[in-house]
Design a protein around this ligand. Structure first.
Ligand SMILES: Nc1ncnc2c1ncn2[C@@H]1O[C@H](COP(=O)(O)OP(=O)(O)O)[C@@H](O)[C@H]1O
Ligand SMILES: [Mg+2]
Length: 258
């Protein structure tokens, strides 16, 4: 469904160029839930930007259903790391943006937005403006917005990072439910190893900059998964140990260890 073929990206800042991502090779199956983890600055968001067609690579290609991604990829719904809610629109109006663009009737929009606003626990906040909400609440509005749009593929960049632990478990659970019901394909970036294992069919570990894929680990925990209890299974511990082994090296600075 999505194929990264030797994808690299170079940036220039203050006259110096550097590789943000290098030779990314990854095949994602239709309906797969893949999670991506790696140290900050290793190019995770850059890879999502390229997949969404918002940024061009400096080498390699990305194919979506066999078609080269060259411009904005309208098959994906992208929940960016920074929320991009419109400040002059209420929660409800923000959630309905995608539906308006699709030409969905006001009545239908009303039903859909109410459904997803309730799902993310924001019932009663429909008429609030983004600046009246906490960071975690704004994240939830972004989630409702992307779900209401019903894209075929979801790109999610640390969507639950700003949420407290309990709410995170609840939203992870909802997301798994939605994924199961709607058979979406999901690429989910997180800095939380446990979240990566809880959600993913596979976990891709990025190395530090320039980001390359260091390891792709299968997670053979049966579904449906209980987002709280899953961590007490043997397979979870097993996968956790392997991923941590790969990941921890990426946090060790050269010259920092004796
Ligand atoms: N538009 C940009 N211009 C210049 N440098 C960028 C740009 N976007 C990201 N970078 C740099 O590229 C590297 C990878 O960034 P990013 O993909 O955001 O990492 P991650 O999401 O893994 O934390 C970082 O060093 C970041 O500062
Ligand atoms: Mg990022």
């Amino acid at each position: 469904m999505i194929q990264f073929n030797n994808v690299s990206k170079r940036f220039t800042r203050e006259g110096k160029s550097f590789w943000a991502a290098q030779n990314i090779n990854l095949d994602i199956q239709e309906g797969e839930f893949i999670t991506v983890i790696g140290p900050s600055g290793c190019g995770k968001s850059t890879v999502l930007n390229m997949c969404a067609g918002l940024m061009k690579s400096n080498g390699g290609e990305i194919y979506y259903r066999g078609k080269l991604v060259e411009k904005t990829n309208t098959n994906v719904g992208y929940m960016t790391q920074k929320d991009n809610l419109l400040p002059w629109r209420t929660v409800k109006q923000n959630v309905e943006i995608g539906l308006e663009i699709k030409g969905v009737s006001a009545k239908e929009r009303e039903i859909e937005s109410a459904k997803y606003i309730e799902m993310v626990g924001l019932k009663g906040f429909e008429k609030h403006y983004p600046q009246e909400l906490s960071g975690g609440m704004r994240k939830r509005v972004s989630l409702a917005k992307i779900l209401a749009y019903h894209p075929e593929t979801l790109l999610m960049d640390e969507p639950f990072g700003a949420l407290d632990a309990q709410l995170r478990l609840i939203l992870q659970d909802k997301l798994l439910q939605i994924w199961k019901e709607t058979k979406k394909t999901i690429i989910f970036v997180t800095h939380d190893l446990e979240e990566a294992i809880t959600l993913g069919d596979r976990v891709a570990v990025f190395s530090k900059r320039p980001g390359t894929i260091k390891l792709i680990q299968d997670v053979n925990i049966p579904r449906p998964r209980d987002t709280f209890n899953v961590r007490f299974t043997d397979e979870f511990a097993n996968v956790h140990a392997k991923l941590w082994e790969a990941l921890k090296e990426e946090f060790i600075e050269e010259g920092n260890v004796g």
